[in-house]
Design a protein around this ligand. Sequence first.
Ligand SMILES: NC(=O)C1=CN([C@@H]2O[C@H](COP(=O)(O)OP(=O)(O)OC[C@H]3O[C@@H](n4cnc5c(N)ncnc54)[C@H](O)[C@@H]3O)[C@@H](O)[C@H]2O)C=CC1
Ligand SMILES: O=C([O-])CC(=O)C(=O)O
Length: 308
Amino acid sequence: MKLSVIGTGSVGSSLAQRVIDGNLVDELVLVDKIKGLAKGYSLDLEHSTPLCESNIDVRGSKSYEDISNSDLIVITAGAGRKEGMDRSDLLKQNGKIIKSISSKINEFSPNSIVVVVTNPLDLMVYKTYKTMDVKRNKVMGMAGSLDSARFKYLLAKETGFSPKDIQTLVIGPHSNKMIPLKKRTYIRGIPIQEFLSKGRINELVNATKKAGERVVNYLGDGSAKYAPSSALLEIIKSIKFNENRLIPVSFYLNGEYDIKDVCLGVPAIIGSNGVKEVIELDLADEEMEQMKEAEKEVKDQIENLKDI
Ligand SMILES: NC(=O)C1=CN([C@@H]2O[C@H](COP(=O)(O)OP(=O)(O)OC[C@H]3O[C@@H](n4cnc5c(N)ncnc54)[C@H](O)[C@@H]3O)[C@@H](O)[C@H]2O)C=CC1
Ligand SMILES: O=C([O-])CC(=O)C(=O)O
C-alpha cells in the first residue's frame, strides 16, 4: 500500500511515526508546503526503520507528483485553532488550502481513498468531495473515532472499568454539537445507566464535547496530535486489511438519516474500498433533532465555502 500524508505538522508527523512503528504500508510519502520539512522528517523516520524493524520506503517532498498512484491519502494540512478560537473560525483559510490540495489529488492520484483531518472537519470533507468529484465512498473524515475514544476514556476513568469493555459511538458534527449516543453506551453489554446517574453521564458528554478545546487551551497555539493520529490508525488499518470495522466517519450523506448534501459523522463500515456502507441507526427523537440541527448549521457554513 502507498500512503501519502499531506501536511506534516503535528498530526501528520505523529501519524507518520505510528505508521513506521507499525510497519503498516510499503511506501510512505510526506508532503508539506514548508521547504525541507517533509524531507527532514522523512529522513529522520527512515533512520528509525532499523530500530523498529520497519522496511517502509519513506519519501518527503514538496511536489504533488510524488503522491501519484497512492492507495490512500490523509490530508492533515492547514491551520489549527488557537486558544479562544472555534474550529469554524478556520473555515475560509483552510477551505482554500483544501481546495488546492484536492485539485492536486485529482490531478496526480484521482483513484485514491482520501481521509480528511483538517478542521472544520465536516466542511473540509465536503469541500474535498465536491472538488474531487469522485464516488463518495472514496472520501471520508476522521473525527467520530477520536470523539468516541475521548468519551470512552472519560467513562473508563469515571467507572474504573477497562476502556476495552466500553462500547459507544459519537456521531454528528465534529463541533460542540457532536452527539455522543448515551443510549447506545455499554460496559460489556450492560447499559451505562446502570452505573452512572443521568446527570453524571451528561457531564461526561459535555466533557467529551470540550475535550479538543481543553488540549488547545493548555497548548495555547496548537491542538491535539497523539489521539488524532491513533484514531487515524484505526481507519487506515481497516482500509489496508479490509477489516470492515464499524467506525464513525464524516461522510457525504445522500438521504441517510433523512439528510442530503452535507457531510456529518455517521457509523460506517470501512474496508479496502473506503466506505462500504453507512449504518442507519434508529435514533431517539432527541438525537434525530440534534442531527437535523447539525445539518442546518453545516449547510449555512457551506454557503461561506461557495466563493472559495
Ligand atoms: N479531525 C480531527 O479530529 C482533528 C483535526 N485537526 C486539524 O488538523 C489540521 C492540522 O493540525 P496540526 O497538524 O496540529 O497543524 P500544524 O500546523 O502542526 O500542521 C499543519 C501543516 O500543514 C502544512 N500545510 C499548510 N498548507 C499546506 C498546503 N497547501 N500543502 C501542504 N501542506 C500544507 C503546514 O505547513 C503545516 O506543516 C488542523 O486544521 C487541525 O485543526 C487536528 C486534530 C484533530
Ligand atoms: O480541537 C481542535 O481544534 C483539534 C480537534 O479537532 C480535536 O482535537 O478534536
